[in-house]
Design a protein around this ligand. Structure first.
Ligand SMILES: [Zn+2]
Ligand SMILES: [Zn+2]
Length: 651
């Protein structure tokens, strides 16, 4: 037995398993035994599996085999996650489409057809990897998130939310990707922070009728175009100083930091609350605001940690700004279009991507003598986790699931879950759910579960449809062959119960994280079928995915189960550390910094790889992975073990 034969021996064993249906037998033998319920996190087969996927499949298999050997009945249903922006983006690239307009010119029907094809493109490669790594799971009868049955269950759950008043339309400042043309949920945003360098500028705002200025600070000069107020902290002290021949107002505490070692005279001193209502001259006035603005407001979120203690407020572009704006009834000056470019009204920079206009805005302020100083500022800024564009914070109409109202329930249900490692429970995950935001659910996109809300074109009444039968009853043109996707579903019209008018579906589809988070019930087409099966399999005993799912699938599962059943959907969750390359860099498709799993299997076998992955470090710690470590396992461990065994057998 030499190293070359090891992989071949594995192939023989795999064939033996297939021929004799060993996996099926292992289940059959345990029918009626106590169940150990596993819920598979569905991958998307629009890309080839990489070493990270091999790790997840290995760990799942180790636990499930162990439980099987302990006598449990461990059914294993595979699943495919098939909707969402990542899929659309791959197809856009393939077809050379650059934006939503080009998709619509190409045709939603054809576009979605391509999306559907793409999510099974690598199904065979996934099946082969799964077989080769020795993960026993039933891939012949998987749940698939694009099937009508699955979507119908998701619709049912949305209607439940609707009935509870937890699915609603709102205006909210939402992280928005100007390239993808869609909002992102907070757990998506959490995945895309990067350190960047932005301009950091100190700007003067002239007080009306006086030769005095408020000094404010910003790292997003482009938002100054939409400024409507300046905020100060009501309890902090502010001073008026004379500095380089000018009278400036800023927080006392910040002056001490910013002007340390510089010469300035303090002229006057005020409590922040005394400044409320003082009017100033706008930096820019491209439109006539419909409400009173450009005065000082009070806000508790103003900190003395950075800046001048005076915060520039643009309700169109910041969550806190928006809330403050509502309190003071300030106008929302939205001069940026949905592609992140300045609108026509902003004459000097019309059509320019806002962040690209920063430089020219700074120059303009400088020329007008309003710029006090300019620096560089390194900070964490969110980028689109799929397309890498910088996100903008944007007041946009969207549909939400009211998760913020369920915070206490999320926390309570999380207490029922065993986390491995334990510290995630109250750390990374616990902190996240304690602060849970409303879930920005809708996407103005194409390939996803359509939001089942229809609106009367005449009287504006809105209804949520919770299943196919309900749709059939209310539709005036229910199709013979039903496909719940766009554009087909958009053609189905309903009759308004209030006024007899025509009802059309809203154009949105939903966040694909909601699809996969619905797996506990939607995989069984519950509640339309399989009520007993669902109840026997909920909650799951065990789920296992990479740590980056903490704010992804681990969260969406808990969120939806809390919303529907007020229960934790899983009892035990094993989180896996990332797989790194030889130098400790994160593996990525882009960098191509890994060996294809198939190559490793062929050279050293699956056992060598599996043994390395489970023995190198605790599962939740990051692991470096490269060819040599697997090779070492084979030569130093597996072959030694094999030799001991053959010695024992021979003598
Ligand atoms: Zn994007
Ligand atoms: Zn109506």
């Amino acid at each position: 037995m030499d190293a070359k034969n090891y992989p071949r021996m594995e192939e023989e064993i795999l064939k033996y398993w297939d021929r004799n249906r060993i996996f099926e037998k292992s289940l059959k033998n345990r029918e009626g035994c106590k169940k150990f319920v596993f819920l598979e996190g569905p991958p998307t087969a629009n890309g080839l599996p990489h070493p990270g996927h091999v790790l997840t499949r290995t760990m799942k298999d180790v636990v499930l085999r162990y439980k099987t050997m302990k006598g449990f009945y461990v059914a294993r249903k595979a699943g495919w996650d098939t909707h969402g922006l990542p899929v659309e983006i791959e197809v856009e690239k393939m077809l050379g489409l650059r934006n939503k307009q080009e998709i619509e010119e190409y045709g939603i029907e054809r576009f979605n057809e391509e999306c559907k094809k793409s999510v099974f493109r690598y199904e065979e490669a996934w099946k082969e990897m799964t077989r080769r790594v020795g993960f026993w799971i039933n891939m012949d009868n998987p749940y698939i998130t694009l099937e009508n049955d699955y979507i119908e269950s998701v619709w049912w759950s949305l209607k439940e939310a609707w009935k509870k008043g937890l699915l609603f339309r709102g205006y909210k400042v939402t992280p928005y990707c100007p390239r993808c043309g869609t909002t992102l949920s907070s757990h998506e945003v959490a995945q895309g922070y990067k350190e960047v360098e932005d301009p950091s500028i100190f700007v003067k705002f002239k007080i009306k009728g006086k030769d005095e200025y408020f000094l404010a600070w910003t790292t997003t000069p482009w938002t100054l175009i939409s400024n409507v107020a300046l905020a100060v902290h009501p309890e902090e002290w502010y001073i008026k100083i004379e500095y380089e021949g000018e009278k400036l107002i800023l927080a006392e505490e910040r002056a001490a930091v910013l002007l340390k070692g510089k010469e300035y005279n303090e002229i006057d001193r005020y409590k922040g609350s005394e400044l409320e209502g003082i009017e100033y001259e706008p930096l820019y006035k491209f439109v006539e605001p419909e409400k009173k603005c450009w005065f000082v407001i009070l806000a508790d979120f103003v900190t003395m940690d950075e800046g001048t203690g005076i915060v520039h407020i643009a309700p169109a572009f910041g969550e806190e700004d928006y809330e403050a704006g509502r309190k003071y009834d300030l106008p929302v000056i939205q001069l940026v279009d949905l592609e992140g470019k300045f609108k026509e009204e902003v004459k000097p920079w019309a059509g320019k991507f806002v962040k690209d206009a920063d430089r020219e805005i700074i120059e303009d302020l400088k020329n007008r003598g309003l710029l006090v100083s300019e620096h560089k500022y390194r900070h964490q800024y969110p980028f689109c986790w799929r397309c890498d564009s910088p996100l903008l914070y944007y007041a946009i109409e969207s549909w939400f699931i009211g998760m913020s109202r369920l915070r206490e329930h999320l926390v309570k249900n999380n207490e029922k879950i065993n986390w491995y490692p334990e510290y995630i429970k109250h750390g990374r995950f616990g902190e996240f759910i304690r602060e849970a935001r409303d879930w920005a659910l809708s996407r103005k996109r194409y390939w996803g579960t359509p939001l089942p809300v229809w609106v009367c074109q005449k009287c504006g009444k809105e209804i949520c449809i919770g299943g196919i039968e309900e749709l059939r009853q209310k539709a005036t043109n229910f199709p013979e062959k039903l496909d719940l996707h766009r554009p087909y579903v958009d053609k189905i019209l309903l009759k308004c119960e209030e006024c007899g008018g025509e009802m059309k579906r809203v154009e949105e589809v939903i966040d694909a994280w909601y699809d996969s988070g619905s797996a506990p019930f939607a995989q069984w087409h519950y509640p339309f079928e399989n009520e007993k099966v669902f109840k026997e399999n909920f909650p799951a005993d065990f789920i296992c995915e990479a740590i980056d799912q903490t704010r992804g699938w681990f969260y969406s599962l808990l969120a939806i189960s809390t919303l529907l059943f007020d229960e934790a959907p899983y009892k035990n969750v094993l989180t896996l550390g990332l797989i790194l390359d030889e130098k400790g860099q994160k593996m990525s498709k882009k960098a191509r910094n890994y060996v294809e799993p198939a190559e490793i299997f062929q050279k050293y076998g699956a056992d060598a790889l599996r043994w390395y992955l489970i023995s190198a470090s605790p599962p939740w710690q990051p692991k470096r992975f490269y060819e040599k470590v697997v090779k070492d396992v084979l030569s130093k461990f597996l072959l030694t073990l094999w030799n001991v065994f053959s010695f024992y057998e021979t003598y």
